[in-house]
Design a protein around this ligand. Structure first.
Ligand code: FAD
Ligand code: COA
Length: 402
């Protein structure tokens, strides 16, 4: 019987990759290029799609092990860690959970060969209020015709697989609910498929090198077999898709926590090395207490994230609990911004310059309380869960997914 690799095996593998990625991280940031060399290394190591079950060619790694890998890699290269998230969570979780046999057999090899699928939810007028999306998919014969605009799509233009969320209508024009469509695009082709246009790329503060694209779909025709088969139909399609998305929230929280753990280690070493007033700055209690608080925040974040992943396995659930994922993401991402900020402070002027990676880490980590559900919106989800009531977010006080 084949044994699946142990957590320690994954940790060591990720540490080796992280150390290879460290010297390249600044270059991707400065040149704003997609880290293809790292993706090649991740693919060769089996990390791209490591969560995919062995039946479909993956390693069948547990959510906890994927989080261990993400943390280690995020310590040196935030971009690569995000790629590991998206190659195992996000669209991948939804496809492997709800995809037909044919869809899984088609998508798994693409991810295992190095693709980071893109998940397309947000629209210019529907960010936090994702249920107000206006992208539509109308069934005509054996096809769906998709129209709409998605923006801030991570990997847009470099990804081959796109999971597009759209309001779905049957042939009689009756709305079925929000569904997810798998669309395949060849990134090496200079010509966009008919009806699928990369409109523009954002110029971001951090995470430079990862394309964030606006995509326009104009009469994009896809086969009806591209629609994920959500159990129970599309009436609760959005909820089911978001349920799968809870994995990605743990992944995003873990990237932030890994960046913070990396920054903490840089700071710890610098305190011992840098001297002022005739002694190592490690001897100043003001900095010692900052360091202790930083350590506690990273540790608490790791426990919350791992706890959510473990609970999911223990309870035999497919995906992490919405409340545990929201709580862990809010805590870990806010803590990470604070930890990286304090680490940068400990470096004085050097932290503000580009000789050490703190300024890049600071720019990178700032995103994580925004993307994947803002800290405010996730707090609302937590409060709803605690209070057991639906807190009105939309103008008429009702969810627009009804
Ligand atoms: P808005 O919803 O306009 O929010 C503006 C402000 O109002 C925020 O502070 C928000 O917290 C607050 N707010 C909104 N509603 C409430 C409320 N009910 N209560 C309290 N406060 C509220 N999307 C994708 O679909 N796919 C991706 O791959 C993807 N990648 C991303 C990558 C990056 C780097 C970034 C920055 C974003 C990405 N996004 C992606 C989009 C992201 O999910 C949205 O930015 C996010 O959901 C927030 O939407 P918004 O930016 O429109 O902000
Ligand atoms: N996990 C599981 N189910 C979820 C969920 C999650 N994370 N978020 C929402 N749902 C379910 C709700 O329980 C509800 O289910 P129901 O239809 O069976 O009642 C349904 O989805 C709609 O959610 P609701 O909270 O009623 O929607 P809303 O109109 O108030 O909109 C959200 C709020 C869900 C859009 C908002 O909280 C949110 O998560 N925004 C961020 C979107 C995001 O993360 N984008 C990332 C893009 S990469």
């Amino acid at each position: 019987m084949e044994h699946s690799p142990s957590t320690e095996f994954y940790r060591e593998l990720a540490r080796k990759l992280a150390s290879d990625f460290a010297p390249r991280a600044a270059e991707w940031d400065q040149t704003r290029t997609y880290c293809r060399d790292n993706v090649r290394d991740l693919t060769e190591a089996g990390i791209m799609g490591m969560s995919i079950p062995t039946t479909y060619g993956g390693l069948g790694a547990s959510l906890e092990d994927v989080l261990v890998v993400i943390e280690e890699i995020a310590k040196t290269c935030t971009l690569s860690a995000r790629i590991v998230v998206e190659a195992n969570m996000g669209a991948v979780s939804a496809i492997m959970a709800y995809g037909s046999e044919q869809q899984k057999t088609l998508c798994a090899p693409i991810v295992l060969a190095g693709d980071k699928p893109a998940i397309c939810i947000s629209e210019p007028d529907a960010g936090s209020a994702a249920t107000q999306m206006t992208t539509t998919a109308h069934k005509i014969g054996d096809q769906y015709v998709i129209n709409g605009t998605k923006h801030w799509i991570t990997g847009g233009g470099v990804s081959k697989l796109y999971l597009i969320f759209a309001r779905t209508f049957d042939e009689s024009g009756t709305e079925l609910g929000i569904g997810g469509f798998i669309v395949h695009r060849d990134p090496d082709s200079r010509i966009d498929p008919d009806g699928f246009e990369i409109v523009r790329y954002e110029r971001t503060m951090g995470l430079c090198g990862m394309p964030e694209a606006e995509l326009a779909f104009r009469e994009l025709k896809v086969g009806a077999d591209c629609l994920l088969e959500i159990p129970g139909g599309l009436k609760h399609g959005f909820a089911k898709l978001m349920n799968a998305y809870n994995c990605q929230r743990l992944g995003a929280g873990t990237v932030a926590m890994g960046v913070a753990a990396g920054a903490l280690e840089h700071a710890r070493r610098y305190l011992l090395e840098r001297e002022q007033f005739g002694r190592p700055i490690a001897e100043f209690q003001g900095l010692q207490w900052m360091l202790a608080d930083m350590d506690a925040k990273v540790h608490a974040s790791r426990l919350m994230l791992q706890d959510a992943a473990r609970a999911c396995v223990m309870q035999g659930k497919q995906f992490p609990d919405v409340m545990m994922a929201a709580r862990a993401k809010v805590f870990a991402t806010e803590a990470a911004i604070e930890v990286v900020n304090n680490a940068l402070q400990m470096f004085g002027a050097r932290g503000y310059g580009d000789c050490v990676p703190l300024e890049r880490m600071y720019r990178d980590v700032r995103m994580f309380t925004i993307g994947g559900g803002t800290a405010q919106v996730l707090r609302t989800q937590i409060a709803e869960n605690l209070l057991g009531i639906k807190l009105p977010q939309t103008r008429d006080g009702f969810s627009s997914n009804q």
